[in-house]
Design a protein. Sequence first.
Length: 301
Amino acid sequence: SRLLSQFFFADERVTRVVAEINGLDAELDPQQYLVLLNQLHLSQAHLLAVLERIMEECIPTQRHSRDYLVKFPEELLVDNLGNHMLFAAECLLAGTFLEVEEADGAQLRPQARNLLCSLELVRTVLREQSLSQPGSYPEPVRAVLIQFDRLFAEFELRWGPGLGCRGEVCCARAGGASQSPHVSSYVSSLVAVKSPEEIYRQQEIIVLFCETVERALRLGYLTQEMIDGYEPLLMFTIPRLAIISGLLIYPEGPLSLERSPEQMSQVFSPFYNLLKKIRDLLRVLSAEELCLLERSLCTAE
């Protein structure tokens, strides 16, 4: 149950899979090679997950700030960003990235090298600690973890979520990053990073949803019991009511159609013309008709 013990066995799995990859001729057995690459990805992800728990337990107040993650797309944050960052560092050292200008690559490669060396040091130190005193974290262990956490955050912030590479797939060997010559290409699609303006606009939408819920409770459309019980119907009801609130009740808010589509949040800008049609239809409703409409939108039908 000790985290250091879990780390030891997770590290063993990574080392074992890498050894199998190195001993395999991918040209003779490409299918098995792809299977092992997938196993490597999963085992590295598990290793990083255990390492993250160790840092939360060992250095919770000394972690580097991750406030910058708010600019990354949500779909990237739930897809094991840490594993992608290590893969980016490995490919960067191998010279396989397409989207990095030479000047940027010259600045990023030392960071990537330092990050991977720091990870290797962490693996060595934690393995030794797990074999000697698996229940404690002496100061040298803490210092190594603090350094790795800082280097990881700095590389993550500098590199961002864009990952793209060509040529060989890089495998994280037990002794560091190395290059495998058997896979023709691996291209990860680029994703857009949120601007400060888009982050602010999405915060406005959060406020709109909160005000919508408050109004719905006041008018009796929703009950506090439904909210406290996480009623699944709310996943449909609240956004429906928020569109009406944003178009009629709070017309100066994030759904303001006085702005151009480019000035709206990316959540709603693709539906700019549709929102205008909805607003025009809502404006002709009487108070009783609007109430009937909102109550209808609160049903599952």
